[in-house]
Design a protein around this ligand. Structure first.
Ligand code: PMV
Length: 371
């Protein structure tokens, strides 16, 4: 079992350290075969594969300076959309404290995090994948800046993915461009339960052109969190057969993605979306995150596909918002359909046109605007 614990990462002359800053933008991702159910410290019950998004992302700047008086624990100022957010700050502090065995030097620093999402705030899009991957990348860059210990690209990405996983399981897949696998499977060499691995380079070119537009059916906060949903899988009577099904579907899906079989891909994507919500409906207690407009939009997508023959498919995350999956070559037909038929199902007619993206990027740090 790999461990990133490293008590040697201590600054010998912390007080002489120049203040600095690191900024990463990291995208969200959409699982096609879903991870739903976990054990141990954020380990998946089944392997999953996702498309890395482009527009839906989190931009995080991590500033550091020597801590005035050496202390225990994490010293952090946290800003979301330019304003302090105590609830988020508490979660981030708890996460960073859990990482002290990996990054003991964090106790020697004063930290400030400024973060914001590119998608509308509280739009019901899970932001944990983009947020946790951006933070994990920032921490790995910080380690490399202070100690020069993470030179190789592969080593850097693997550690960032491992740490992102500890923050939010699905976040470990956001580290890679185009597509990523998380969870050990005989169908992808190098795959691991501990971190995501890239799959984009094995994927047929047609999937590199894929759009993933997100319809905001409801912006209300979820009634049951993903954390609680994963927990309820432990008592779900379908759990074992679900994990078996996910493994089987992953095998077929990876094969379809390698061959460029869009139809097989779409069939599995839709089956997985409905299975995820069926698992919620068969938990104890059962719960429902779909809205009437989610079902209306699904019906409209199915009718459009039957009538036009165009490969437009849907997927869902753990919420009511619908993802529209289609290759670029049919965008000319799908986009007017979205505008005319699907936007009336969205809250305030809002949606986010998105697509398969190039993965996280490190950006120039901006000055803090003092008011
Ligand atoms: O990473 P978490 O704990 O927020 O769980 C994500 C679960 C799904 O988004 C529903 C599926 C997945 O594989 O991303």
């Amino acid at each position: 079992m790999i461990s990133y614990d490293n008590p040697q990462l201590i600054l010998l002359n912390a007080q002489e350290l120049e203040p600095g800053a690191i900024r990463w933008s990291s995208p969200s991702n959409l699982a096609i075969v879903k991870y739903w159910g976990k054990h141990g410290r954020q380990l998946p019950r089944n392997p999953s594969v996702s498309l890395t998004l482009d527009a839906a992302s989190t931009d995080t700047t991590l500033r550091y300076s020597p801590r005035d008086t050496p202390g225990k624990g994490i010293a952090l100022d946290f800003y979301f959309d330019g304003a302090p957010r105590e609830d988020f700050a508490r979660k981030v502090v708890a996460f960073l404290e859990s990482l002290l065995p990996v990054f003991p030097f964090l106790e020697q620093l004063s930290l400030r995090i400024d973060t914001n999402n590119t998608f509308p705030h509280s739009a019901g899009i899970a932001s944990s994948a983009s947020a946790m991957s951006a933070l994990a990348l920032g921490l790995c860059s910080l380690e490399d800046e202070l100690f020069g210990t993470l030179g190789e690209d592969e080593e850097f990405h693997q550690k960032a993915s491992y740490l992102a996983r500890l923050g939010s399981g699905s976040a470990c897949r956001s580290i890679y461009a185009h597509a990523a696998i998380w969870g050990e499977t005989p169908d992808a060499s190098g795959s691991s339960d501990l971190y995501g691995t890239p799959f984009g380079h094995e994927m047929h070119p047609v999937f590199h052109t894929f759009h993933d537009d997100i319809l905001f059916i409801s912006k209300a906060e979820k009634s049951v969190s993903s954390r609680a949903g994963h927990g309820l899988m432990e008592g779900n009577i379908y759990a074992d057969s679900r994990y078996e099904q996910a493994r089987r579907r992953l095998r077929h899906l990876l094969d379809a993605m390698r061959r460029g079989d869009v139809e097989a891909f779409g069939a599995i994507a839709e089956a997985e979306a409905l299975t995820l919500h069926a698992l919620m409906m068969t938990s104890t207690p059962p719960y429902l995150l779909l809205e009437p407009n989610t079902l209306s939009a699904i019906r409209a997508v199915q009718t459009f596909r039957q009538e036009t023959g165009h490969p437009l498919y849907f997927s869902l995350d753990a919420g009511p918002n619908l993802h529209l999956l289609y290759p670029a070559e049919v965008a000319y037909a799908v986009q007017p359909f979205v505008q005319e038929v699907l936007l009336p199902f969205c809250t305030d007619g809002q949606y986010l046109p998105d697509a398969v993206g190039e993965g996280p990027v490190q950006l120039e740090v901006e000055e803090i605007e003092e008011d």
